[in-house]
Design a protein around this ligand. Structure first.
Ligand code: PMP
Length: 418
């Protein structure tokens, strides 16, 4: 495969062609096909952007129909019929059945835009500045969001100091014996801790980029209690683990907590078009009209896929049941791999975001990803040292393709370990 144009024009290949050296051309469901006609099973799903797989026929049809009429494409956040449809479906299929009440703020097209919006409104609402983020957290790479992203590999790329975010240990950072919410409470209550009363806490219930670290329900409940007691805005970043990936539409449903602000992006648009939004509890929705705008907020085509996907997949509990079924298959197979290579791997995660964690050798994660690609499986790594193989198949699809992907992973592990 000739990849030279990527090398010459993409500035020494800073793109994914590095990890997956081919030119992808078509895609259907969980299958990617490259220009040479070779097929790959997709266990990456655009880092959680393609929860319903590629080119789902129902979503595709709605988009083709919308495009072939003279429907409004760009409306700069004006009220349109497709936006109305999305809002109605989000209210009726997502918020109302869960008893949730939020104001929606469309942000720019990416997840980082939503995170920045959340941090901004929380600061205005509280009149305070400090935001608490967590070790291993990932919230995006634009300056504001980057300030809340823990990994120095990304932080160093800014070239300037990143301000007003304080990092605190995530659940399990010190092992099971230390309750890090209790530690945060102590810091907040001790006037000599050096921590100003924060405006907000931003947290992923499962850290996707940081190594598939799962916060316990109890830890999240205690964090919710602490924030309520101290008047701190609790922001849950559901950009990667949200929209069904955890097994429920919102990841925080597992812990039974209600965040003050929720960020969504990636799979919220259903079909892969860029879209992000922020859900804000009414009491924190303090922006005046026109205070927070942007040209590409709420793109019409993104709304088409978003609305149709809420209708197709979230009108009843069929999708949740399917995710539970598929995640059982994944967990059984990953546990079998870990058992066969005793002591080398552990398995962790939630729903259909699972990690095969290399316990002894940080290079093994990337080696497995490389071997998998050779065999026809696209799979990413995560964690501070890329030591975690991130198993992220589509939420929907047939068992046969899922098992075939897991067979390839199994083989890739054997090849990498050998
Ligand atoms: N938050 C989380 C939890 C993410 O996983 C990501 C993307 N990986 C982002 C924010 C940033 O999203 P984007 O890359 O679209 O800016």
């Amino acid at each position: 495969m000739d990849l030279s144009v990527f090398a010459t024009m993409e500035s020494e290949v800073r793109s994914y062609v590095r990890a997956f050296p081919t030119v992808f051309d078509t895609a259907q469901g969980s299958i990617l096909t490259d220009e040479a006609g070779r097929e790959y099973i997709d266990f990456f799903c655009g880092a959680g952007t393609l929860n319903y797989g590629h080119n789902h026929p129902v979503l595709q049809k709605s988009i083709v129909e919308y495009l072939s009429g003279n429907k409004i494409q760009h409306a700069l956040d004006m009220a349109t019929s497709i936006k109305k449809r999305f809002l109605e479906l989000f209210r009726d299929n997502i918020l109302a059945p869960r008893g949730l009440e939020y104001k929606l703020q469309f942000s720019g097209p990416t997840g980082a835009n939503a995170v920045e919006s959340a941090m901004k409104v929380a600061r205005l609402a509280t009149g305070r500045s400090t935001i608490v983020a967590f070790t291993h957290g990932y919230h995006g790479l634009s300056l504001g969001a980057l300030a809340a992203t823990a990994n120095s590999w990304y932080r160093d790329a800014a070239g300037v100091p990143l301000s007003d975010v304080v990092f605190h240990p995530y659940d399990g950072y010190y092992g099971e014996e230390i309750n890090t919410v209790a530690l945060l409470r102590k810091h907040i209550e001790d006037p000599s801790s050096g921590l100003d009363l924060p405006a907000a806490v931003i947290v992923e219930t499962v850290q996707g980029e940081g190594g598939i670290n799962v916060a316990s329900n109890q830890w999240l409940q205690e964090l919710r209690e602490l924030c309520t007691e101290k008047g701190i805005v609790l922001i849950v970043d559901d950009i990667q683990i949200g929209v069904g990936r955890s097994g429920k539409f919102f990841s925080f449903e597992h812990a039974g907590i209600v965040p003050d602000i929720v960020t969504l992006s990636k799979s919220i648009s259903g079909y892969g078009f860029p879209m992000s939004l922020v859900l804000i509890r009414p009491e924190f929705d303090v922006w005046k009209p026109g205070m927070h705008t942007g040209t590409f907020r709420g793109n019409s085509i993104a709304f088409v896929g978003a609305a149709r996907s809420l209708e197709e997949f979230w009108s009843d509990d069929t999708t949740e049941k399917l995710i539970a079924h598929r995640s059982e298959i994944v967990v059984d197979r990953l546990n079998a791999i870990a058992a066969r290579h005793e002591g080398k791997f552990s398995v962790r995660g939630l729903g259909l975001l699972r990690g095969l964690v290399s316990e002894q050798n940080n290079d093994l994660g990337s080696a497995i990803s490389r071997e998998a690609f050779k065999l026809g499986l696209v799979i990413e790594v995560s964690g501070a040292h890329d030591e975690v193989v991130k198993v992220m198949p589509a939420l929907i699809g047939d068992d046969e393709t899922l098992n075939r992907g897991l067979d390839l992973l199994d083989q890739a592990v054997d090849n990498a370990v050998a």
